[in-house]
Ligand binder design. Structure first.
Ligand SMILES: Cc1ncc(C[n+]2csc(CCOP(=O)(O)OP(=O)(O)O)c2C)c(N)n1
Ligand code: SF4
Ligand SMILES: [Mg+2]
Length: 200
């Protein structure tokens, strides 16, 4: 356990490994065999999390995780496919993939780690950055109203869409278990604390 936590690449003090732990425990508690699991990550600060488990996994391109996950599910519907993305790629640059995947309602679990900024490109405003916040791309203040992820998914007819804080790992784990058992497209937005960059 200690080795696993040490290996996990993240900023010092970040709680993101708990998101990964919640996913891992949810799968273990549902007793899904490893060979039935596929972990697809997009590109964000912790996209390497897919490499830390002995399931099938793929660290895909920025914003391209859902087409990849959809292909896996269509080719082998018996697999449990968990896609993990970030706010910049899922709600911003590649929003179209998210909305149309929700409309198609394929049986996938899609988790978005939402730190309300583009961190990997060093702290620009993202689609979920609140107004009045200073970032590198909004040096005075952000005047653009943020997207509401739940409203967004509901507008694409998604009936399983929740936003949860990363602090409560038990709640997150239970919601991920529900999402895995849900037979259609399931979306969970995780409100990341992001102690390095989220000053609001
Ligand atoms: C196709 C493509 N476009 C742009 C980039 C550059 N890029 C890398 S990460 C990133 C955004 C990161 O923000 P977010 O998705 O919120 O993840 P975070 O770093 O905040 O965890 C961008 C624009 C890229 N790698 N690939
Ligand atoms: S950028 Fe924020 S969410 Fe990402 S690893 Fe660092 S503290 Fe954690
Ligand atoms: Mg982000």
């Amino acid at each position: 356990m200690r080795t696993w936590l040490t290996k996990f690449q993240r900023c010092p003090g970040c709680w993101d490994y708990l998101i990964h732990l919640a996913i891992k425990q949810a799968v273990q508690e549902l007793q899904i065999p490893k060979y039935n699991m596929v972990y697809v990550t997009w590109i964000g600060c912790n996209s390497k999390m897919s490499q830390y488990l002995d399931w099938y996994w793929s660290e895909t391109l920025h914003g391209r995780g859902l087409p990849f996950a959809t292909g896996i599910k269509l080719a082998n519907p018996d697999l449990t496919v968990i896609s993990v993305a970030w706010d910049g790629d899922s709600y911003g640059i590649w929003l179209g993939h998210l909305l149309h995947s929700a409309r198609r309602n394929i049986n996938l679990v899609h988790i978005v780690c939402n730190n309300e900024n583009y961190w990997l490109t060093t702290w620009q405003a993202s689609p979920t950055t609140p107004v009045d916040i200073k970032t590198k791309s909004t040096p005075d203040w952000n005047s653009i109203k943020p997207l509401d992820p739940i409203w967004l998914l509901q507008s694409a007819w998604c009936e399983f869409t929740y936003s949860l804080p990363d602090k409560d790992i038990k709640w997150l784990k239970e919601k991920i278990k529900e999402a895995i058992q849900y037979p259609w497209f399931a979306h969970i937005d995780v409100q990341q604390q992001c102690p390095s960059w989220k000053t609001w």
